[in-house]
Design a protein around this ligand. Structure first.
Ligand code: KIV
Length: 294
C-alpha cells in the first residue's frame, strides 16, 4: 500500500533514455535544451526540461569560434562536468566533438566512455548516418546510450558549403530516411533531425520507433531542442531561421554593464548598503596607534 498522500505533488524521477522512448509511445512531446555550465543546467533542470545537451555548439556560442570544428574532448568534458553539477533530473547528453569518433572505432568507444566516466553524462550524441554505424554499434555495445544526429550536421559544414538545410531533394530525403533506419538498427535510443523539411521530419518520426528531436524540423518530431543561447538572445552574431527568441539577454547584459559603469563614474555605486563598517572605538584606537587623524 502506498504511504504517499494522494494530494502530494508527483515525485520527480530522473529521466533516462528509456523515459524518452516511453514518452514517444505515450505521444508526449520531449523537451531538450543545451547547457554548458552549472547555473544554466540548474535553471533548465528546475524548469523540468526532459534533457540537457552539452552540445559542441559550445564552440560558437561560448568559446567564440566560427564553427564547431575546433572544439576538443577536453573542452567538452570540462563543460559537461560543470553542467552535470547543476542537473539532477534531466537526461544528460554529451556531444562528441569533431574527430573524437570519426577516425577509429576503438577511439570512438574510449572517447564516448570518458563522457560517462569522467564528466557525469548519461549518454553521448554523434553526427552522421550510414558511415557511423560501426562506431555507434561499438559504443552501444559498451553500454553507452547513443543519440544520433542527421540532416544539417554542423561538423560537416565544409562538406555542405555552409549551414544549409538538408534532405530537400527526393534523393537526399530517401538517403536520410535510410540513414535514420540504420541508426535505429545500430542501437541509437533517439536522434536529432536538424534543418530538414517539415514533412520529411514527420515521416521519419512516424516510421521510427525511437524518438526524434527536431531543430528546424517542425512540430512533427517527437521532441524539440534549441541552443539555449539562441533562445535567450545571448548569442548575437546571427540567429538561424528556426530559432524563436524567448528573451533578449544580450541587450539586457549591455544595459546592466552600462548602468554599472555610469554608477562607478558617478560614485553612486557602491552605496552604504554594499559596504562594511567599523566601530568608532576600534577606529579611534587605530588612529591613535598609527598617529593619524580622522
Ligand atoms: O551542438 C549542439 O548544440 C547541437 C544541437 C544543435 C542539436 O548539436
Amino acid at each position: 500500500m502506498s504511504t504517499i498522500p494522494t494530494d502530494s505533488p508527483q515525485i520527480r524521477k530522473k529521466i533516462t533514455s528509456r523515459s524518452l522512448r516511453l514518452k514517444k509511445e505515450r505521444g508526449e512531446p520531449i523537451s531538450m535544451l543545451t547547457a554548458y555550465d552549472y547555473p544554466t543546467a540548474l535553471a533548465i533542470d528546475q524548469a523540468e526540461i526532459d534533457s540537457i545537451l552539452v552540445g559542441d555548439s559550445l564552440g560558437m556560442v561560448v568559446l567564440g569560434y566560427e564553427n564547431t570544428l575546433p572544439v576538443t574532448m577536453e573542452d567538452m568534458l570540462h563543460h559537461c562536468r560543470a553542467a552535470a553539477r547543476g542537473a539532477t533530473f534531466a537526461l544528460l547528453v554529451g556531444d562528441m566533438p569533431f574527430m573524437s569518433y570519426q577516425a577509429d572505432v576503438a577511439d570512438a568507444v574510449r572517447n564516448a566512455g570518458r563522457f560517462l566516466q569522467e564528466a557525469g553524462m548519461d549518454a553521448v550524441k554523434l553526427e552522421g548516418g550510414r558511415e557511423r554505424v560501426d562506431a555507434i554499434r561499438a559504443i552501444v555495445g559498451a553500454g553507452i546510450p547513443v543519440m544520433g544526429h542527421l540532416g544539417l550536421t554542423p561538423q560537416s559544414v565544409n562538406q555542405f558549403g555552409g549551414f544549409r538545410a538538408q534532405g530537400q531533394t527526393t534523393f537526399a530525403a530517401k538517403q536520410l530516411l535510410e540513414d535514420a533506419h540504420l541508426l535505429q538498427e545500430a542501437g541509437c535510443f533517439s536522434m536529432v533531425l536538424e534543418s530538414v523539411p517539415v514533412r520529411l521530419a514527420e515521416l521519419v518520426s512516424q516510421r521510427l520507433e525511437i524518438p526524434t528531436i527536431g531543430i528546424g524540423a517542425g512540430v512533427g518530431c517527437d521532441g524539440q531542442v534549441l541552443v539555449t543561447h539562441d533562445l535567450l538572445g545571448l548569442f548575437d552574431r546571427f540567429t538561424p531561421r528556426f530559432v524563436k527568441r524567448y528573451a533578449s539577454l544580450h541587450e539586457e547584459m549591455n544595459k546592466a554593464f552600462s548602468a554599472y559603469k555610469t554608477e562607478i563614474i558617478e560614485k553612486s555605486f557602491p552605496a552604504a548598503e554594499h559596504t562594511f563598517t567599523m566601530k568608532d572605538d576600534q577606529w579611534d584606537a587605530l588612529l591613535q596607534d598609527i598617529g593619524g587623524q580622522s
